[in-house]
Write a protein that binds this ligand. Structure first.
Ligand code: GLN
Length: 446
């Protein structure tokens, strides 16, 4: 049983940090008191029978699904109490959680800074609540990024390891459900609960058993291309963490070359927006969330009215980008080329894994930015911030972000990548890392 929570505390926490887009109601909370083993949250794009599931979007306002996502169901039957839906960038489109229709979550280490995105509410909740487990989703880094900005652990399992049934899709070939938590012990406990085949998601069906027995880590590679464009404070913390890894954990860390790394980001944005633009087609004011009664208008007028009004700016940008990439005559130039890049990046990882057990790099190129600085960023600057989290996501390899240092009290993370299905290497490293590095959590003042 984790720390005792009170409803009043949760409400006040949410008022200050805007971590939930919807919180459990008091009656349900009191009914469950003393009857659950742990508390957890689900990102707002995971379907839940007793909460709205709006994926951070106004277009899904009022949508309460008639079923639970498999990952949510599995945690509930293991004794978990779902205390809320966490705030996120609309449909997962973002890196700073500033694209949500339901409030912008605040970083627990400094409320003037971003929590990271798109699972910002999830990471902040874990930083604020001891013993909390957050179900999060990553398409191109939405677990690693907020975990690193909020000083907590974020694991993104191999593509297909956790059933995507009940996930509101962003980009089906990239979406992965994972966990954000505070310790390797939590990972060991909760990752097996959500993993494993599920007949409701065919991509989860042919997977090797999740084996979390110990595994030896002898050599880790750092792609030298990953260090280009990293801020001074992140680089210093990262180098220090590597020194600790070598000296105190007796693991060899060597530089490797990964020349395809810089192509991963453009390939990702082509594939992700292409898939997103088709996925969002279903939100047209007839079936989910916002439903308009006046069905007499011409279908084009009807759909564009609803979509213009209820999609946010970034969602519209992605629909345009994705539709452009998929146009006849452009498909070979963008979409098919991006698929080839994906293959090249995968082969390059596999080549590195012939000699190394893991690949490591900083998670984000800078510490959690202030909202005032984010306002000055252009969309392309925001996309570029994902250049380290995108590569493992593009190829579906499991990865973990762990806190590795602090700059004036603001957390910095590093990210480790393992070959497909080798989550145990990540867990093993996380356990070793915890024995030599102490995580700090923010003081919660309400
Ligand atoms: N920032 C990336 C994007 O906007 C990744 C987000 C995610 O993983 N959902 O696509």
């Amino acid at each position: 049983m984790s720390d005792k929570l009170s409803f009043e505390f949760l409400t006040r926490l949410n008022e200050k940090y805007k971590i939930f887009s919807q919180l459990i109601n008091e009656e349900e909370f009191l009914k469950a008191e003393g009857r659950y083993h742990f508390h957890f949250s689900a990102k707002d794009n995971l379907c839940t029978i007793d909460f709205q599931s709006r994926a951070g979007s106004r277009i899904l306002d009022g949508y309460t699904p008639p079923f639970d996502a498999t990952a949510v169901r599995r945690l509930r039957i293991s004794g978990g109490l779902l205390i809320g839906k966490t705030n996120m960038d609309e449909f997962g489109f973002g890196t700073f959680c500033t694209n949500s229709a339901y409030g912008v979550p605040r970083n627990p280490f400094d409320p003037d800074r971003s929590c990271g995105g798109s699972s910002g509410g999830a990471a902040a909740t874990v930083a604020l609540l001891d013993g909390h487990i957050a179900l999060a989703v990553s398409t191109g880094g939405s677990i690693s990024c907020p975990a690193s900005f909020c000083g907590v652990i974020g694991i993104t399992p191999t593509y297909g390891r956790v059933s995507r049934y009940g996930l509101i899709d962003y980009s089906n070939s990239l979406d992965k459900i994972g966990l954000i938590c505070r310790s390797a012990t939590d990972l060991r406990t909760y990752l097996p609960l959500i993993s494993g085949p599920d007949s409701l998601d065919p991509t989860s069906c042919s997977q090797p058993i999740l084996d979390l027995s110990s595994s030896r880590i002898k050599r880790i590679g750092i792609p030298k291309e990953a260090m280009e464009g990293i801020s001074g404070e992140v680089e210093a913390a990262f180098r220090k963490a590597i020194e600790i890894t070598e000296e105190q954990l007796s693991i060899k860390v060597e530089e490797v070359s990964m020349s395809s790394l810089r192509f991963a980001l453009p390939a990702y944005y082509v594939l992700a927006t292409s898939e997103a633009s088709t996925n969002l087609a279903r939100y047209c004011g007839m079936r989910f969330g916002i439903v308009k009664d006046d069905v007499n208008a011409h279908f084009n007028t009807f759909f564009s009215e609803v979509r213009s009004k209820f999609f946010g700016k970034e969602a519209k940008r992605r629909i345009l980008l994705g539709t452009y990439c998929r146009r006849i005559g452009f498909r070979d130039r963008y979409y098919l080329k991006a698929l080839s890049v994906r293959q090249i990046v995968k082969e390059e990882y596999l080549r590195i894994f012939q000699d190394f057990d893991l690949v490591v790099m900083p998670t984000m190129p800078f510490i959690a930015p202030r909202f005032s600085d984010i306002q000055k960023m252009k969309p392309l600057d925001m996309y570029k911030a994902d250049f380290l989290t995108v590569p493992p996501n593009l190829v579906g390899m499991p990865h973990i972000s762990l806190p590795c240092g602090y700059y004036h009290g603001i957390p910095i993370g590093f990210q480790l990548v393992a070959p497909h299905w080798e989550e145990r290497r990540l867990l093993h490293f996380a356990e070793c890392w915890e024995s030599v590095f102490e995580y700090q959590f923010p003081e919660v003042k309400l």
